[in-house]
Design a protein around this ligand. Structure first.
Ligand code: ADP
Ligand code: PAZ
Length: 310
C-alpha cells in the first residue's frame, strides 16, 4: 500500500537523511578514519558526515529513551542496580563493509559528551574452530548458521544484558582463518555493546531465544549482490598483496605459489559456492527485522536509508 500507514518503515534518500545530522559535530580526522577502514573499503569523511553523524544522533536519542524506560521499570520494582548495556546489532553479507560500519560507530559513540564505554564484539569469535567444522564436514559452510556456536553467543548477550562483569569470549583470527587457541577477549560491563556479524538477525530455532532478542537497535548493511561480489573479489586481490603475504596467513599460497588468475577463480568460487548462497538463503531474509537499513551503491556510498518507525 502506498499511503504509508501500512508500513512500519520510512525511507529517506541521502540528502534527506544527511540533513538529520543537525548540529552533531564531526570529530574524526582523515588519518583516524584511515585506521578504521577495512581492506579496500573507500568510506570517506563525507560518508561519515552524511550517514554516520545522523545515525550517531539517532542512537543517542535511542540510548537516552531506553535508559529512561529501564529506570522507570527499576523504580517500579524498587531495584537500584546499574542500567543494562544498550546493545546494537550490525548485520549484512560478507564483504559488505559491516566491520567498517561497526568500528566507525564504536568511535563516534565513544566520543559523545557523556563518554560511554563502548565495546565491539564480532560474531566470528563464536564460529566453531576449523577442527570442529572439519569433523562435522561443514568447512565449506563457514558463516552459515550451523557454523556458529549459537548457544554460546546467545548466552553471552543475555549475560551482558543481565549486567555480568568480565565475560571472556573466544577470539577469531582472519589471518589464521580459525579460532586462536587459548586467546580470549574480555568484555566488562560496557554502557554500549556493538555485536557485528552476518548472522546477528537470524531467527532462533523454535522455542529458543535469538541474539536479536537482546538488541535495542539493529542495522543491516545492504547492497546489490553483484556489487558485493565485486567488492569481495577486489578485496581478495588486495589481501593477496597484503595480509596473505604474511607466512602465518591461511591463504599464504595465494600470495606466493598460486598465479593471479587461479587465485581470482578461487575467490570467485568461494563467493559463488559459500558467501553468495549464504547471503541469499540466510542473511538477506533477515533484513526486514533491522531497525535501520543502509543501502549502498556500487561505489560503497550509502544512497538510501530505511528506518523502522514502529
Ligand atoms: N582472509 C582474510 N584475511 C585477512 N583479513 C580478512 C580476510 N577476510 C576478511 N578479512 C577482513 O576482515 C574484516 C571482516 O570481513 P567480513 O566478515 O567479510 O565483513 P565486512 O566486509 O562486512 O566487514 C574485513 O575488514 C576484512 O578486510
Ligand atoms: C568469518 C566469516 C564467516 C565472517 O563472519 P562474521 O564476522 O560475520 O561472523 C567470513 O569472513 C568467512 O570467512 N567466510 C567464509 C568464506 C570465505 O573465506 O570468504
Amino acid at each position: 500500500m502506498k499511503n504509508g500507514l501500512s508500513t512500519p518503515y520510512v525511507e529517506l534518500d541521502r540528502p534527506a537523511w544527511a540533513a538529520l545530522r543537525a548540529a552533531t559535530p564531526l570529530s574524526l580526522t582523515e588519518s583516524e578514519l584511515e585506521a578504521l577502514r577495512g581492506t579496500a573499503d573507500p568510506t570517506s569523511l563525507d560518508e561519515v558526515r552524511d550517514i554516520y553523524l545522523p545515525l550517531s544522533r539517532l542512537l543517542n536519542l535511542y540510548v537516552k529513551a531506553t535508559r529512561q524506560r529501564h529506570s522507570a521499570v527499576r523504580g517500579f520494582l524498587g531495584e537500584d542496580d546499574r542500567p543494562a548495556p544498550f546493545i546494537i546489532g550490525i548485520a549484512g553479507s560478507v564483504a559488505v563493509g559491516k566491520s567498517t560500519t561497526a568500528r566507525l560507530l564504536h568511535r563516534l559513540l565513544a566520543q559523545w559528551p557523556e563518554h560511554p564505554n563502548v565495546e565491539l564484539v564480532g560474531t566470528d569469535n563464536f564460529l566453531y574452530p576449523n577442527a570442529v567444522l572439519e569433523q562435522r564436514g561443514i568447512m565449506n559452510r563457514k558463516g552459515f548458521p550451523e557454523s556458529y556456536d549459537r548457544r554460546a553467543l546467545v548466552r553471552f548477550v543475555s549475560e551482558m544484558k543481565a549486567g555480568a562483569a568480565q565475560l571472556r569470549i573466544p577470539v577469531y583470527s582472519h589471518l589464521a582463518y580459525d579460532i586462536v587457541p587459548g586467546a580470549v577477549q574480555t568484555v566488562d560491563r560496557p554502557d554500549i555493546l556493538i555485536v557485528e556479524g552476518i548472522n546477528v538477525l537470524q531467527p532462533p530455532p523454535a522455542n529458543r531465544l535469538a541474539v536479536a532478542d537482546f538488541f535495542d537497535f539493529s542495522i543491516y548493511v545492504d547492497a546489490k549482490t553483484e556489487h558485493i561480489r565485486s567488492w569481495y573479489l577486489d578485496r581478495f586481490s588486495e589481501l593477496r598483496r597484503t595480509a596473505f603475504s604474511d607466512p602465518r596467513s591461511y591463504f599464504h599460497d595465494m600470495a606466493t605459489t598460486v598465479p593471479e588468475d587461479t587465485a581470482r577463480e578461487f575467490a570467485l568460487q568461494t563467493w559463488r559456492g559459500i558467501n553468495e548462497v549464504n547471503l541469499v538463503d540466510n542473511i538477506r531474509p533477515t533484513r526486514a527485522r533491522a531497525t535501520l537499513v543502509l543501502y549502498k551503491g556500487e561505489d560503497h556510498q550509502v544512497r538510501r536509508v530505511r528506518l523502522r518507525k514502529t
